[in-house]
Design a protein around this ligand. Structure first.
Ligand code: C5P
Length: 234
């Protein structure tokens, strides 16, 4: 089974996706980390993010692994880039902003979506991102779309980064979350939109546990009859 969780930054996708994956003993794939890796690599090499050819080359050469356990992120999952633990470095907001820039590039998306489909092919995976239910796996058995108020999302991101000593100021964080969302929603290719057949969950006033319980319950009640889905293209 493929479980797709999409939604804006700070809506709780990755925290809940990790919990759900652990409970179901599924793999967890953080597609945001793939876009972040492109931006991070480019920033390290001093390349211009606007250089789509160079960004596509980084995406093509990407060697990324999602590992349960270990990692310097402290939440039981880690991202390894070329064998090196990059969990914490990828969380940086400068990298996040860069990710939104390269995520608007067609060739980068084509390459990363192909990789995501390859990773998900084996099934039993929880994948989170912006376009998993609409583009990457339009036939996913279960799709969720998380939303939450911008203030709350900014606060969560701020708390998360603060706990990892990567803090910025709260107001700045809310501002950045709003800006990144706007960019994700307005971009021409694979904008952030809810799939017609996704279950919408407003996480603003819910705890992580409550959201995870809701998702798990919903998965257990899965209706396996074939449903019609509209397939969106990049
Ligand atoms: O989820 P995360 O904040 O790590 O994602 C970073 C950025 O990567 C997002 O703001 C978005 O621009 C991009 N992204 C995307 N499609 C995905 C996952 C992330 O465009 N499936």
């Amino acid at each position: 089974m493929i479980i797709a969780i999409d939604g804006p930054a700070g809506s709780g996708k990755s925290t809940v996706a990790k919990l759900v994956a652990t409970r179901l003993n599924y793999r967890y794939i953080d597609t945001g980390a793939m876009y972040r890796t492109v931006a991070w690599t480019a920033q390290k090499k001093g390349l211009r993010l606007a250089d789509e050819t160079a960004m596509a080359e980084i995406a093509r050469d990407m060697d990324i692994e999602f590992v349960r356990g270990g990692g310097d992120g402290g939440d039981g999952y880690s991202v390894r880039v070329r064998g090196e633990d990059a969990t914490l470095r990828l969380k940086n907001e400068t990298v996040g902003k860069g990710a939104a820039v390269v995520a608007a590039q067609k060739s980068v998306r084509e390459i990363l979506v192909a990789k995501q489909r390859q990773i998900g092919k084996a099934g039993n995976v929880v994948m989170d991102g912006r376009d998993i239910g609409t583009v990457v796996f339009p036939h996913a058995e279960k799709k969720f779309f998380f939303v939450a108020d911008a203030e709350e999302r900014g606060r969560r991101r701020y708390e998360e980064l603060k706990s990892k000593n990567l803090s910025l100021d709260l107001q700045g964080m809310i501002q950045e979350i709003r800006q990144r969302d706007g960019e994700d929603r307005r971009r021409k290719i694979s904008p952030l939109v809810m799939a017609d057949d996704a279950v919408k969950v407003n996480t603003t006033r819910l705890s992580i546990e409550e959201v995870a319980e809701y998702v798990l319950k919903n998965i257990n009640n899965l209706d396996t009859t074939k449903k019609k889905v509209r397939i969106s293209r990049l």
